[in-house]
Design a protein around this ligand. Structure first.
Ligand code: GLC
Length: 546
């Protein structure tokens, strides 16, 4: 698949497959590669351009695959390398590209390198590939610094031999030392291993975390986020350090060794849009997730500011924007938007919305939000199940919770399991077609009423979320105004966002409490709810042909 004009990734719609929860072919209650293969026709008919697949490598699954023990093996829970190759080939035959996740910030504690480091002991060259240090205090019983794990608790664990090792996530995920030549060489080799098996790119996990300040200084005291005024970048000892871009310049060279348009998308949390744009230079990565859009509340000013800033800053470096509403780490957006309280969401801080949930409202807004997202210039990500309007499952019983955040937070944060519940495909009862008949129970229980949300129930129902996604994706592919390009804002009353795109397209989103009279148009191409008398209801959006 070589490109003719602009490279495909500039405006691709990429569907995120959380492999554990997508489709289970062998009946063990956990999704797998064969399950993805069996559902390729569904993905084709949905109309996506590519799949991002969460980590499928050999892993003890302390963080569901984000703890990799062998980057050149597929975990037996999910399949084999041969099956991965089959999936890539079958997807390509359908015109769908495949982008696995790569996890370079840390390995599993079961990785051969970490096991060798443990065995070799303090001061050994094996330990230099990770971040081992003596402790502080008279007997070294204090961690080397005050860094915190993203999952809760200190970022250091002490070994019986007295040394401490760094893990910005779980203790089973020791951080690699990216100052080490062998670490760099090994990952370039892993990229080549998968590129030569046909993958079209990688999603880079925790791209902003690889380089640490070599002095490992303490974190400065936490500053309260300022609600007003422009956001500012603050130098941080382990997030978003400038030196990280050297690594990705080298990765870009590796990608460019292969034919076709191979691509990288960075999971990078940056203080400002300018800092994010630094990841996507001509000689760096291709795109980065725009978490500002995902973190924005359902608020016209906030959304418009995010859109303008993203387009301006990325446009200045010639990169396309990417838009994303949900993923496997955050509360599903119908459940975020269905709450009246506007919470301040700070990057790298846990965010669990509070207050009563109005799921009908959240769902209406989710319908409007996807029309907004898919009309914006650039690429977009769809997290599996959002096309079914799945809400966050907020009442999973405590004994089934599996996210390490639950334990690490001392049971104060329920973690991310609520957005990872296996998909409902068909049928009246669990497992709703997720697994074959007679299978083990799904690894997380599904809500009893999810038959209403299944692919089978929604297919052909013109009012369903699934059909809205299908139509939107079809229109987006066909309409010459959509995808890469620019937009022009139109003057509107407060609370309404309306922009035009050439040729002949307008997107209107009503975030105000009043119905909004749409501008003169030739026809309504698509809307969340039917438009009556030219009026767009509150919390709805419409695509217009002009
Ligand atoms: C990223 C992943 C998340 C994982 C973490 C550690 O943020 O998206 O799921 O837990 O990295 O690898």
């Amino acid at each position: 698949m070589t490109s003719t004009a602009a490279p495909w990734w500039r405006d691709a719609v990429i569907y995120q497959v959380y492999i554990r929860s997508f489709a289970d072919s062998n009946g063990d209650g956990v999704g797998d590669i064969a399950g993805i293969r069996s559902r390729l026709p569904y993905l084709k008919s949905l109309g996506v351009d590519a799949l991002w697949i969460n980590p499928w490598y050999k892993s003890p699954m302390a963080d569901h695959g984000y703890d990799v023990a062998d980057y050149r093996e597929i975990d037996p829970l999910f399949g084999t390398v041969a099956e991965a190759e089959q999936l890539i080939e079958e997807a390509h035959r359908l015109g769908i590209r495949v982008i696995p996740d790569i996890v370079p910030n840390h390995t599993s504690d079961q990785h051969a390198w970490f096991q060798a480091a443990l065995a070799a002991g303090p001061g050994s060259p094996e330990r230099e590939r990770y971040v081992f240090r003596p402790g502080r205090g008279p007997d070294g019983a204090e961690p080397p610094n005050n860094w915190l794990s993203v999952f809760g608790g200190p970022a250091w664990t002490r070994l019986p031999d007295g040394e401490w090792y760094l893990h910005l996530f779980a203790p089973e995920q020791p951080d690699l030392n990216w100052q080490h030549r062998e670490v760099r060489a090994e990952f370039e080799s892993i990229l080549r291993f998968w590129f030569s098996r046909g993958v079209d790119g990688f999603r880079i996990d925790v791209a902003h975390g690889l380089v640490k300040d070599p002095e490992l200084p303490d974190l400065p005291p936490r500053r309260e986020p300022e609600s007003d005024g422009p956001r500012q970048h603050v130098d941080h000892p382990h997030w978003d350090r400038d030196e990280v871009h050297d690594i990705f310049r080298a990765w870009r060279k590796v990608a460019d060794e292969f034919p076709g348009d191979r691509t990288f998308v960075a999971e990078a949390w940056a203080d400002t849009p300018q800092r994010l744009a630094a990841y996507v230079r001509e000689d760096g990565l291709h795109t980065a997730f725009n978490f500002d859009f995902l973190m924005s509340s359902w608020d016209p000013k906030a959304l418009r500011a995010v859109i303008d800033d993203s387009l301006a800053v990325l446009g200045a470096v010639g990169a396309p924007a990417t838009w994303v509403l949900s993923n496997h780490d955050v509360v599903r957006h119908p459940s975020r938007y269905g709450r009246m309280t506007v919470n301040q969401w700070v990057a790298n801080e846990p965010y669990r919305p509070e207050g009563p949930l109005d799921l009908d409202l959240g769902t209406r807004r989710a319908r409007a939000a996807v029309l907004l997202m898919l009309a914006l210039p650039g690429g977009a990500y769809i997290y599996q199940g959002e096309e079914l309007g799945l809400p966050e499952v907020e009442d999973l019983p405590e004994p089934v919770l599996q996210d390490p955040i639950w334990e690490r937070s001392g049971h104060t944060d329920r973690g991310r399991d609520g957005c990872r519940v296996p998909l409902p495909w068909s049928g009246p009862a669990e497992p709703f077609g997720f697994s074959p008949d007679g299978a083990a129970a799904p690894w997380l229980p599904q809500p009893a009423d999810w038959s209403e949300r299944s692919v089978e129930t929604q297919s052909g129902d013109e009012t369903s979320m699934l059909e809205l996604y299908r139509r939107a994706l079809r229109l987006r592919r066909e309409h010459p105004a959509l995808g890469d390009g620019t937009l022009t804002w139109l003057d509107t009353p407060p609370g309404v966002l309306v922009f035009s795109r050439a040729p002949g397209f307008v997107c209107a989103v009503n975030l105000s409490p009043e119905p909004y009279r749409l501008p003169e148009h030739a026809s309504v191409l698509l809307s969340g709810d039917p438009v009556e008398n030219g009026l767009l209801a509150p919390d709805d959006a419409a695509w217009l042909a002009m």
